[in-house]
Design a binder for this molecule. Structure first.
Ligand code: SF4
Ligand code: F3S
Length: 103
């Protein structure tokens, strides 16, 4: 699953759509972790969709990631500033791709 200490263990390599990106990044195969308060490891996400469908405040949007080995789309935590720390997405993801820093 996602490393909950990604902000210490990974390099901040820039921003995409206003969200922090944590490397290593080498597209299309390696896309890194996207977000900060709500962070999604794009290299683990298999596009299950349960997070996006069930988030009570609609934090996520789909983004296309053609030729990524795990899935052709990922959930971007576009509205992570709206997150209410319910932890539903963290608990429901079958591959543990999401970290929410509720502290
Ligand atoms: Fe949405 Fe809850 Fe996940 Fe925050 S913790 S992104 S509110 S499902
Ligand atoms: Fe991806 Fe897990 Fe959501 S696989 S789409 S982060 S439920």
């Amino acid at each position: 699953g996602i490393d909950p200490n990604f902000d210490e263990n990974r390099e901040h390599v820039g921003e995409e759509n206003g969200l922090d990106v944590w490397g290593p990044v080498d597209p299309p195969e390696k896309l890194g972790i996207h977000g900060a308060h709500v962070a999604v490891d794009y290299d683990i996400c298999i596009a299950d969709g349960a997070c996006l469908e069930n988030c009570p405040v609609d934090v996520f949007d789909w983004v296309d990631t053609p030729d990524h080995p795990e899935s052709e789309k990922k959930v971007e935590p576009t509205r992570e500033d709206q997150c209410i720390d319910c932890m539903l997405c963290v608990d429901i993801c079958p591959v543990d791709a999401i970290d929410v820093d509720a502290s």
